[in-house]
Design a protein around this ligand. Structure first.
Ligand code: DGL
Length: 258
């Protein structure tokens, strides 16, 4: 078994760390498409093309299961990808369902990319799982830039978070959905901007459990498996920010020329 993971950049590492924590014995190959980041302002067609190219690359390198650790890419590409490949494809979507079950005020705030919010699948999710709940969406492109730059706290991050979160709180939201895999890296700042009684929904752990359900029990080993992280962007930049994104995790890094 080898788990292939992709995202528009380093955001999907927030999902990768949950997968590794649950399945430390399974090798992981991650591709961050930082040279095309953000996906949030790209068309479905562009996102699809990149996702197919990266998936082919991961399969060539031995991946036996693909995780689309990107809400924007899942919303636009998970269907076509499942139609085209036989191996298991695990995607992720903003946690509208758990948020709708959790809210007491009846108002849920969704932080996600423009590409996700505009996707048909997103509207379907709201229609299917949030009947009678007011769902307010908020794109936060600055969060993605901050995380790609390795700025996970400090005044700039705090300002960006306030600007995104305050209107949702003012509208009565008592549950905030982190609908983009970059956002959990700002989780500390987001959490400290919230009054008590307001909670966060992040689907990273649920995705890791879904991945686990595809792994035969006998394929896991006691030793730590290797984690290879490739970037289509700057390798120096990736190496500079990795210690803050994944402290205490030993990984191999390389460039990917896709
Ligand atoms: N991390 C991605 C997501 O979950 C996309 C961020 C971006 O590239 O705009 O949607």
């Amino acid at each position: 078994m080898k788990i292939g993971i992709l995202d528009s950049g380093v955001g999907g590492l927030s999902v990768m760390r949950e997968i590794h924590q649950l399945l430390p014995g399974i090798p992981i190959h991650y591709v961050g498409d930082s040279s095309w980041c953000p996906y949030g302002n790209k068309s479905a067609e562009v996102i699809n093309r990149r996702v197919f190219q990266i998936t082919d690359h991961l399969i060539e390198r031995g991946a036996t299961l693909i995780v689309i650790a990107c809400n924007s890419a899942t919303i636009h590409s998970v269907g076509p990808l499942r139609d085209a490949y036989l191996l298991p494809i695990v995607g992720m979507e903003p946690g509208i369902k758990p948020a709708a079950q959790k809210t007491k005020s009846g108002v849920v705030g969704v932080l996600a990319t423009e590409a996700s919010i505009q996707g048909e699948k997103f509207h379907q999710l709201v229609d299917d799982h949030a009947k009678g709940v007011k769902v307010i969406t908020r794109p936060c492109p600055s969060f993605v830039s901050l995380v790609e730059a390795g700025t996970l706290d400090g005044p700039e991050a705090e300002g960006a978070v306030r600007e995104a979160v305050d209107p949702l709180l003012d509208a009565g939201a008592d549950v905030l959905v982190l609908g983009c895999t970059h956002y959990p890296f700002l989780g500390g700042v987001i959490q400290s901007s919230l009054p008590s009684g307001v909670s966060i929904v992040d689907t990273g752990i649920a995705v890791a459990k879904r991945v686990q359900s595809f792994i035969p029990q006998d394929s896991s080993s006691d030793s730590e498996a290797t984690i290879d992280i490739e970037t289509t962007g700057s390798l120096d930049q990736l190496r500079r920010i990795l210690p803050s994104l994944l402290p205490d995790l030993a990984v191999n890094t390389a460039s990917c020329s896709l």
